[in-house]
Every structure is written in C-alpha cells, then in structure tokens.
Design a protein around this ligand. Structure first.
Ligand code: FES
Length: 163
C-alpha cells in the first residue's frame, strides 16, 4: 500500500501517544489541531514505535525507550530519527502519504502475529492423527527422540587376559 491513505478523523487521535495509522505502517502525533506522521519504524532495531508515549514534546519508543522530538522525529541522543511522512488534514480527516512499498514488520511483530494465529487445538489434532498416534512431548522436543524402553542390562564381557 503506497500513496495517499486516509487515517481517520483527527479527533480520534490521542494527543499523548504515537497512534498507529494506515494498518500500522505509520504513526501519527496530534499536536492540537495539527498532526505529524512518521513511518512506524524505530531507527534502533526497526521495531514499531506505535503506542509510544508523547509527553512535553518528546515521543518515546515503547521497545527500549529511545526518545524523539515529536515535532521533527529527530532522535534525542543517538543520531538518526523517525522517518517523517507528508500529512494533511482535510475536512477533519487525516491523510498521510506512504512511500514505503514493503510493510515495516519487525521480529517482535512477526512473532506476536504468529502466536496470535497459532491454533493449539488444530495442531494437537494433526499430531494425534499422525502414524504413531502419540501425543507430542510437553517440552515440544518430539517424543520420537525419547527412549521408549529401558536400556538392556550390561552383559558380562569375558576377559581375554590370563591372570
Ligand atoms: S526499538 Fe525503539 S528503542 Fe529499541
């Protein structure tokens, strides 16, 4: 999704946080009747900054708390900053220009999405329908690697040395 995207009404944006907009591709910061938009990517690790708090003109990344000037996106401390996006307000609706064709998805976001989509009941049913019909081992290591019977007792070895 690139191009101009409607992010909803200005009044719906909280003034004290980095509001996710455009399917999480960007964040918006409301400053009174004005609004600023940035790509939802932290320059630290590439994780999303959505949900970070904004206080006294400073936006904070919720991951490791890097701080940014809310009006410029410039990082306070390390160099770099949030990537600004053109944004306009037309008839109370916020419009943002997205310029990145690839969705900015970090590892944390990917793992959370995978965990949300995981269906334990289906997975268990699939495993139970398998050829050995044994439940999976609770530690997830796979029961087929565990010993199924006690090892045979040690056998006496005849000594070849005469003594
Ligand atoms: S990912 Fe934003 S501070 Fe680390």
């Amino acid at each position: 999704m690139t191009g101009r995207v409607c992010a909803g009404p200005l009044e719906a944006l909280a003034g004290d946080r980095l509001n996710p907009i455009a399917d999480g591709r960007a964040v918006a910061v409301r400053r009174g009747r004005a609004v600023l938009a940035y790509a939802n990517v932290c320059p630290h690790t590439g994780s999303p900054v959505a949900g970070g708090l904004v206080r006294d003109g400073v936006a904070v990344c919720p991951q490791h708390f890097w701080r940014f000037e809310a009006t410029t996106g410039r990082c306070i401390g390390p160099s770099g900053g949030l990537h600004p996006l053109p944004v306009t307000v037309v008839d109370g609706q916020v419009w943002v220009e997205l310029d990145d064709p690839a969705p900015p998805v970090g590892w944390r976001q990917r793992l959370l999405a995978r965990a949300r989509d995981y269906d334990r009941a289906s997975d268990y049913a699939v495993r139970m329908a398998g050829p050995d019909r044994q439940p999976p081992h609770p530690n997830g290591a796979g029961h087929q690697h565990l010993p199924t019977a006690a090892p045979p007792p040690p056998t006496a070895v005849a000594s070849t040395e005469s003594g």
